[in-house]
Design a protein around this ligand. Structure first.
Ligand SMILES: [Zn+2]
Length: 73
């Protein structure tokens, strides 16, 4: 469900990670995320997506495998 009302007087966006309402102001440094934590979580998800091999469901194992590979090279 997408109900983004961008024309509101007080702009706010839902945090993509936790769904919390984030005021769209310069004070919200990590917008559209509510916090640095949520930003990093989303970033982590994105990185995981990028490294996911199709047909490999074991995400956690894959991730440690990948990390080991990075350490070697
Ligand atoms: Zn959040």
């Amino acid at each position: 469900m997408s109900d983004r009302t961008t024309e509101a007087t007080s702009l706010s966006v839902p945090c993509p990670t936790c769904g919390k309402t984030v005021p769209w102001t310069t004070a919200s440094r990590f917008r559209p995320f509510c916090s640095k934590r949520c930003h990093l979580i989303d970033l982590g998800d994105w990185v995981t997506e990028g490294h996911r091999i199709p047909g490999e469901p074991a995400e956690d194992e894959l991730m440690s495998e990948e990390m080991g590979r990075y350490r070697d090279s």
